[in-house]
Design a protein around this ligand. Structure first.
Ligand SMILES: [Zn+2]
Length: 459
């Protein structure tokens, strides 16, 4: 058991202290656990034999617990942890794939097997803890994967499923440790919730593209539509189901780009009336995507609720509704990609407000508009595009950015309805958002830039 595993164990045991502090008692305690484990696994194996089922994967996990316990008692067991190297920039290329009918069935089968493994391994971790006060690590679970019936699924896909389980538990423990509001215990995934699987190896192992087809190990050659070339070194391939459509997403590694000299800086104020206002006065309109599809969405929702519950007619209507939502989503994403492209190409340093969007959507009057404007996505898209081009994105504290005068610095209250900033002190008059954008730019004091003040950069 590696250090991480022990750490998990400690968190899990917070309510119940370890057996004892004295080392010999500790070993005895562990031996008790081991005995218990062997009994449990014996019962399970017996039951499985009686029912004529294959040896259940869970039996193996409990055996692994026993192994861990005994090995821990002999205190010589160390789990090799994969040391990760330096992470380069990652980028994803997503293409639609068109499986034939038979391939579609195979893909669904792979998803089903992965989902079962995912749920089983969560269950295993629970059982291991509840019955034996042991925490299982990725290595432990991977150990018994070789005994499991893979049902014709490529082995490394299944390893990746275990990695996902491991990641979700690690994130859970991290959130518990940080005392976060929502700790989010890993969930069992329902039939419609689990929709992707990953070939975790570099290009050429398990998958490759040849002659317009994506060759997947143990699945076959699926037609792929590559609307653009892949750049960089392909590291993984993820197959994803979205409704009835299938996509292949390649994660590629790109060399880090050289940071370029900052010549142009801009402050960006994001809003609802206009999506973004820049400190140089440029305005990026808010497309209000959802409003455009409002009547269609309303009608589709009504149609779904009017059909008999669970009937095939209702299911058909649900597909129509999901289709409209997909359109809204794609239209919004398309617009944000274009907006962030303009920002990243035009400016070297882009400054946003560090908004607490989660808190802001608690205001129910604005929640829908805020979701529709998707500032968070705009910021993250701009960030990666800027980084790719050698620029930077910085976040500043949003305090008083719309209340302060950008010329003289005095502060007055500004209700949301007031769209023009009129300074009572210096008499400056400008758009509310423009004023805020200049304040945002001024708030950022670059460490490397002594000779220029932010105000000069605006002019
Ligand atoms: Zn003023």
């Amino acid at each position: 058991m590696g250090r991480r595993g022990q750490h998990n164990l400690r968190i899990l045991m917070r309510s119940k202290p370890p057996h004892t502090t004295r080392i010999d008692n500790y070993i005895i305690g562990l031996e008790e656990i081991r005995d218990k484990l062997i009994i449990i696994s014996g019962i399970r194996a017996h039951r499985a034999r009686k029912e004529g089922t294959r040896r259940d994967v869970r039996t193996h996990s409990v055996l692994t617990c026993a192994k861990i316990a005994s090995l821990r008692a002999s205190t010589s067991y160390t789990c090799l942890q994969v040391k990760k190297g330096i992470v380069n920039m990652r980028k994803a290329f997503k293409y639609r794939i068109y499986p034939a009918r038979k391939q579609n069935i195979i893909l669904l089968h792979v998803l089903a097997v992965c989902r079962k493994l995912y749920n089983d391994s969560i269950h295993d971790r629970q059982v291991a803890y509840e019955d034996c006060r042991c925490s299982l690590s990725y290595c432990d679970q991977q150990d018994w994967l070789k005994f499991a019936d893979k049902q014709g699924v490529y082995g490394h896909i299944l390893q990746n499923v275990l990695r996902r389980v491991d990641a979700s538990f690690r994130n859970f423990f991290r959130r518990v440790k940080n005392d976060e509001d929502k700790v989010g215990y890993p969930r069992f995934q329902g039939r419609n919730r689990y929709d992707s699987f990953t070939y975790p190896d570099p290009y050429g192992t398990g998958y490759k593209i040849e002659g317009g087809k994506l060759h997947l190990s143990k699945i076959g050659a699926i037609r792929i539509f590559q609307h653009r070339e892949i750049e960089g070194k392909i590291k993984t391939c993820t197959i994803k189901r979205e409704g009835y459509r299938w996509y292949a997403s390649f994660s590629v590694e790109l060399p880090d780009s050289e940071p370029k000299e900052v010549k142009t800086s801009v402050g960006v104020d994001v809003g609802i009336t206009t999506l973004a206002t820049l400190s140089d006065g440029t305005v990026i309109e808010n497309p209000k995507t959802q409003d455009k599809y409002d009547s269609k969405l309303r009608k589709a929702h009504k149609d779904v609720s009017r059909k008999k519950k669970g009937s095939s007619n209702q299911n058909k209507q649900k597909i129509v509704l999901a289709g409209i939502y997909r359109k809204v989503r794609n239209a919004r994403k398309d617009y944000l990609h274009k907006a962030s492209r303009i920002l990243a190409d035009t400016y070297d340093r882009i400054i946003f407000e560090d908004l607490q969007i989660e808190n802001m959507v608690k205001n129910h009057h604005l929640a829908r508009s805020i979701h529709d404007a998707s500032w968070g996505i705009l910021i993250s898209l701009t960030t990666y595009k800027a980084e790719y081009a050698g620029g930077v994105v910085k976040l500043v504290n949003p305090r008083n950015t719309s209340k302060q005068c950008s010329v003289c610095g005095c502060i007055q209250s500004m209700p949301l309805s007031q769209r023009t900033y009129r300074c009572p002190d210096c008499g400056a008059v400008m758009g509310r958002d423009h004023n805020a954008a200049i304040n945002i730019l001024n708030k950022h004091v670059p460490a490397d830039c002594g000779e220029l003040t932010p105000v000069e950069m605006v002019a």
